[in-house]
Structures are given as structure tokens and as C-alpha cells.
Design a protein around this ligand. Structure first.
Ligand code: ADP
Ligand code: MG
Length: 265
């Protein structure tokens, strides 16, 4: 499905956290004691209730927040010892904040993803741009004005922009929020298949369990658990963190474990 030749030359990164703590001041920790590793090419899903610290953690991973204690290591190197441009070449993001589009077309927005690799602005009809548009089923929308798109279409454009630079680490904050169910499944399947290392925050535990190699559960800024979905998203653990009941059975179509959730009876 993926045009793998597009990924030649990418070097999936390893990511590790060493007692990471961050907050707006040294006394006030929003996230604390985070300690885990993601292997090259793995996909980690970060889940947790609203306010658990998911976005704060991701901001530390793309070198926006400087840790107040501990470290984030990309291939063993502290992010804050690397130059910002070196980080921009290796890490790309899909964030929740609305983007200013400056009246650009879809293809021009996607081409912006190449900027860290170039001296100047990228050209929207270059091969990597066309490949990224194709991966996200956006080819027909390429000449359209970004501002004229629906929320879900915009979200796919931002994912294409993040992919075009062949990141070694891709970080996405709730990327499925505006997507219809078909595109949610397509985007998660695509992320799982990419050779790059992926860290993605998700609200949907069923999507996380179906696609991620590892799931990190955050609660009140602390790491409750991390591991394979079936080991971490146990009914008792999900009830504890999310206050919902879980049923796990075998999906009749895919044969994989199926998680469904309901209010405790
Ligand atoms: P999530 O993404 O899991 O919903 P966030 O990381 O956005 O959680 O926020 C976690 C908590 O930290 C929230 O209570 C939020 O209000 C608070 N918070 C986030 N950023 C800041 C900041 N810069 N200053 C103070 N509080 C913050
Ligand atoms: Mg958030």
C-alpha cells in the first residue's frame, strides 16, 4: 500500500525518556517520573483522560518544552544538545492548534514539510509532495485552497505535510479527532505500517489497542503503565483510569482482540 521507495533514506529513531518531568515552573510538575523507550519503527499510543498530560508529554518529545528535570533522548542524544534545525529535520509533528494557511493550496501546504531539508521554499509538484498527497488520498484536492477544506480533509493535509519530510520520528496529537471512521482506520493503519517511529496520542482505546505496538497510560501526569495493548488495557486497569467497563473478545472479521467499552453496570 505504501510507496516504500519514498522512505529510502529514512532512519527510524529510537526514543527514550529518563525520569522526565515538566511543568510551567520547577515547583509545579504537570508530568513527572516518565521513563520508557520506543524502539526504531515502533508505534506508541499515548492514552489518558482529559488533562492527563498527553499534549505536555508530546511537547517535550518535539523539543518545544524543555524538561524541568530528566531527559528525552533521540538515538541516545539529549534533544536539548541538538540544534533546533537538526531536530526539525528528524522529527515532524501533527498538532491540534489551528494552522495559519496564508491562502495556500493543499499542495503548497504539503510542500512546506520539505522546508527543513532545503535552503528555500519547496515546490508543490515535486515527487515527494505528490507521493504524500497520494498516500493520504489527497491527489484530487491538490490545487484546492486549504481554507476551503473540511476539518477532516485539513487533518489529512497536515498528516501529508508531516510525512513528506520522511521524519525519523513522527509525533501526532489526537490526529483522528476530525476524521470519519473510514479515514480514522486508514490513518492508523498507515501510521502502523510506516517505517518511521511514531508517537501518537489517541482518545479511542479501541483504535490504540488495534494498531499500536505499545500503549502508554497517563493519569494526572504520571505513567500508570506501558506495554503491549493486551497487557496494559486490561479491564481492571481501564476501569481504574477511565472509569469505564471493558469487554475483550475476538473480532469476528479480523481475528484480532476486540476492545469495547461501556459505562459500568
Ligand atoms: P491532555 O493533553 O492529556 O488533555 P495537557 O497536557 O494538555 O493534557 O494538560 C495537562 C494539565 O496541565 C492540564 O490540567 C492543563 O491545564 C495543564 N497545563 C498544560 N500546559 C500548561 C502550562 N503551560 N501552564 C500551566 N498548566 C498547564
Ligand atoms: Mg491534549
Amino acid at each position: 500500500m505504501i510507496a516504500m521507495q519514498h522512505w529510502v533514506g529514512s532512519r527510524p529513531a529510537s526514543l527514550s525518556l529518563d525520569q522526565l518531568r515538566w511543568g510551567p515552573s520547577p515547583q509545579h510538575a504537570i508530568i513527572e517520573g516518565l521513563q520508557f523507550a520506543v524502539q526504531p519503527g515502533e508505534m506508541l499510543a499515548v492514552v489518558g483522560p482529559n488533562g492527563a498530560g498527553k499534549s505536555s508529554l508530546l511537547r517535550c518529545l518535539y523539543r518545544y518544552h524543555r524538561p524541568t528535570a530528566g531527559r528525552v533522548l533521540l538515538d541516545g542524544q539529549d534533544l536539548w544538545t541538538l540544534k533546533p534545525r537538526a531536530v526539525a529535520r528528524r522529527i515532524s509533528t501533527v498538532l491540534q492548534e489551528p494552522v495559519t494557511d496564508f491562502g495556500l493550496t493543499v499542495a503548497e501546504i504539503v510542500a512546506l514539510g520539505l522546508t527543513p531539508h532545503l535552503g528555500g521554499l519547496a515546490v508543490p509538484h515535486e515527487e515527494p509532495v505528490l507521493a504524500a498527497l497520494g498516500l493520504l488520498n489527497l491527489t484530487a484536492l491538490a490545487p484546492r485552497n486549504f481554507s476551503s477544506l473540511s476539518g477532516g480533509e485539513k487533518q489529512r493535509v497536515l498528516i501529508a505535510r508531516a510525512l513528506v519530510q520522511k521524519p525519523d520520528l513522527l509525533i501526532l496529537d489526537e490526529p483522528t479527532n476530525h476524521l470519519d471512521i473510514r479515514h480514522q482506520l486508514e490513518v492508523l493503519a498507515l501510521l502502523a505500517e510506516l517505517p518511521t517511529t511514531v508517537v501518537v496520542s489517541l482518545h479511542d482505546l479501541a483504535l490504540a489497542s488495534a494498531h499500536a505496538d505499545q500503549v502508554l497510560v497517563l493519569e494526572n501526569g504520571r505513567q500508570v503503565d506501558i506495554g503491549r495493548p493486551l497487557d496494559v488495557l486490561t479491564p481492571a486497569a481501564v476501569r481504574q483510569t477511565f472509569s469505564v467497563a471493558t469487554t475483550i473478545d475476538t473480532h469476528p472479521a479480523t481475528g484480532r482482540p476486540r476492545f469495547s467499552f461501556h459505562l459500568p453496570l
